[in-house]
Design a protein around this ligand. Structure first.
Ligand code: SF4
Ligand code: SF4
Ligand SMILES: [Zn+2]
Length: 261
């Protein structure tokens, strides 16, 4: 397997994986979305809420705020020594106390663990008018996107086969260049050439435009352009490592089960 990184920032990754099957590419896509645990608010104790939002709406908004944390400090509730009853190893408390007039932001929440904080401090939660008040305690727990989207560490996770554009006999008329919506094609020395193949959407407009039927658009069945973004709970690098680690762990578990048969 070869990896060629095209783009890697704090919250976005784009790379080409070669020498793998479509099943593996899909396993990685799914793992990014559904298998990497992150913290999210799962319980909310509302002591006072005179805002325009119902308690349920307020709780939903709190639940969808991505939280950054040192994830090694926390266990999944089902794997904790407390058997899911709730302890400092599997949950953390955040409080929010605000009085209007003001807009309450995610950054107004105060965590009992200094390592746990909203990934973005400027997510608006509710606008409080004069004398409106919100006092809540939110309990965050580890979970995975498989159970609820609030625990999704990755978003916009997807892949496509690496495009291949082959150009045979060509008179350099440039019709294919004109129709290409992604500016992949150029005419160089009376012959069309493809550049930035990764950007090709495989729309095949170039094939249709060529009177000489010189262009063929196909794809590599063992090479994939993969991309994903994170919610901010993890960096793109951390998420890629955790997602690959999750696949490895599950493959090892499957191997152990098969060995006992
Ligand atoms: S398939 Fe579409 S995007 Fe790709 S080179 Fe042809 S016209 Fe451009
Ligand atoms: S349309 Fe066909 S002949 Fe014209 S430049 Fe493109 S590949 Fe060459
Ligand atoms: Zn516990």
């Amino acid at each position: 397997m070869d990896i060629d990184i095209i783009e890697l920032s704090e919250r976005k990754a784009r790379f080409v994986l070669s020498g793998i099957s479509a099943s593996f590419a899909n396993a990685l896509r799914r793992s990014v979305l559904a298998e990497v645990p992150v913290l999210a608010i799962d319980e909310v104790n509302i002591y006072e809420n005179t805002s325009v939002l119902f308690d349920e709406q307020l709780s939903l908004r709190l639940g969808m705020i991505p939280l950054k944390a040192d994830l090694k400090s926390y266990n999944l509730p089902g794997e904790c020594t407390c058997s899911g009853a709730g302890c400092s190893s599997c949950q953390v408390s955040l409080t929010l106390s605000a009085e209007g007039p003001k807009v309450v932001y995610s950054g107004d929440m105060v965590s009992t663990d200094p390592q746990v904080a909203p990934a973005d401090p400027t997510i608006p939660i509710v606008e409080l008018k004069e004398k409106h008040k919100v006092v809540v305690e939110a309990i965050a727990k580890l979970g995975t996107g498989r159970n609820h989207s609030k625990w999704q560490a990755g978003v916009a996770s997807g892949y496509k086969n690496m495009p291949i554009v082959t150009i045979g006999d060509c008179d350099g008329c440039g019709k294919c260049v004109e129709v290409c919506p992604r500016d992949i094609l150029v005419v160089n020395g009376n012959k069309a050439k493809a550049k930035d193949l990764i950007e090709c959407s495989m729309c095949r407009l170039c094939e249709k435009s060529c009177d000489m039927a010189s262009i063929k658009v196909t794809s590599d069945p063992e090479s994939f352009v993969m991309m994903f973004e994170t919610t901010g709970a993890l960096t793109a690098t951390e998420l890629a490592i955790e997602a690959a680690g999750s696949i490895k762990k599950r493959a090892e578990q499957l191997g152990e089960i098969l060995n006992t048969l």
